[in-house]
Ligand binder design. Structure first.
Ligand code: OSB
Ligand code: MG
Length: 379
């Protein structure tokens, strides 16, 4: 990573933009339902080029405390000024400037992503190449939301398997769990099947969670509180099924602590949740060295965030299918060209072109824009 990033980059301006993309169908998790995705795009302009990133925060603080609103505040008032105050000497320099400010990981990540795309375009290297990716295609899975009926869910399970998706993840909550998993497993005895509770349970639900051990699940994702490590360690000791942490892993230190405590056996890495590439790469390296499998999570990103996820998932430690589904699984039309496609073998290409490796569809983005603001260089 370091070699190409040491030459200083003069970023002239940061543009922050909110666009609304309708979802093809509502997405429901244990914390609520969304019908459209308000997407926060960030672009940094410098050396005559633009780099693009995405802040994956949602409108309400239901997945984590960050929202579109908190990210606007953090970027406008603290992070963009820190980026624009002097030339950026590399990813470590940028991460160190941001580390002064506590939290706001998704806001930080949006800027890191945009910066790295700009760097890739400047040096004509793909993002995957810049960060040390080793795979030209990555295996993908699909995350299926809670449905009004079991039949509606099973129709989707069958449909995505027929499209080639290599892993099915079912969103669960108390009352939409054991029976649902039992039926999916009965229909498809051999598939990679996992569940994601988004913090919907407590240790009082131990018997119900233990009942999931009967279905040979690949993992149970984030069963307990969003910021918990200790109760997860207690739970993991009682379960055969590996626990995978998502919400609880907010950075390298939390990942180290989770592994030390035995809170999980797998980690879902989301570049937004951990504050950008610098932390995502560090968590990947730690897990890879310890033989802990990682995979790339998703946040219903637009093509911009999705392209970054493809690059991240090309690293050698990402051995399990990610939540990087095709653009068409979410949207009628995506903001990148071409859109992300999933082949019949359940893999997606990691684009070899510079930066993101996709063209950004500025006309369509302009059409979908609800708000835009530019912050200029200070030196
Ligand atoms: O917990 O992984 C999650 C979507 C929004 C917020 C949190 C999560 C999810 C998903 C969908 O599971 C992943 C995707 O397909 O982008
Ligand atoms: Mg999750």
């Amino acid at each position: 990573m370091a070699d190409h990033s040491i030459r200083p980059v003069n970023v002239d301006s940061v543009e922050i933009r909110l666009i609304r993309l309708p979802l093809k169908e509502a997405f429901e998790t244990s914390f609520g339902r969304v019908h459209s995705r308000l997407i926060f795009l960030v672009s940094v302009v410098g050396h005559g080029l633009s780099g693009w990133g995405e802040v994956v925060a949602m409108e309400e603080p239901l997945y984590s405390y960050e929202t579109i609103g908190t990210a606007l505040h953090a970027i406008r008032d603290y992070l963009a000024p820190a980026l624009l105050t002097r030339p950026v000497e590399g990813l470590d320099d940028l991460a160190a400037r941001f580390a002064t400010f506590k939290g706001h990981n998704m806001a930080k990540a949006g800027l890191e992503l945009a910066y790295l795309d700009l760097l890739g375009r400047m040096w004509e290297l793909s993002l995957s190449g810049l960060i040390g990716g080793t795979r030209a295609r990555v295996p993908v899975g699909v995350s299926l939301g809670i449905q009004p009926t079991l039949a509606a869910l099973m129709e989707r399970v069958d449909r995505y398997l027929a499209l080639g998706y290599q892993r099915i993840k079912l969103k669960i909550k108390p009352g939409w769990d054991v029976d649902v998993v039992a039926e999916a497993r009965r229909r498809h005895p051999e598939i990679l099947l996992s569940v994601d509770a988004n913090s919907a349970y407590t240790l009082n639900d131990l018997e119900r969670l233990k009942a999931l051990d009967a279905f040979n699940l690949l993992m149970i994702e984030q069963p307990l509180d969003h910021d918990d490590l200790l109760d997860h360690a207690t739970l993991q000791a009682e379960l055969k099924t590996p626990i995978c942490l998502d919400e609880s892993i907010t950075g390298l230190r939390r990942a180290e602590q989770a592994l030390r405590l035995g809170s999980c056996r797998l980690i879902n890495i989301k570049v937004g949740r951990v504050g950008g590439y610098s932390q995502a790469l560090a968590i990947h390296d730690l897990c890879h060295a310890r033989g802990v499998p990682v995979w790339c999570g998703g946040m219903l990103e637009s093509g911009v965030g999705r392209a970054h996820n493809l690059a991240l998932a090309s690293l050698p430690g990402f051995t399990l299918p990610g939540d990087i589904s095709a653009s068409s699984r979410y949207f009628e039309r995506d903001v990148i060209v071409p859109e992300v496609r999933v082949a019949a073998d359940g893999t997606a290409e990691v684009p070899p072109g510079p930066g993101l490796g996709f063209a950004v569809d500025l006309d369509y983005i302009e059409n979908c824009t609800e708000a835009v603001e530019r912050i200029e260089r200070e030196y």
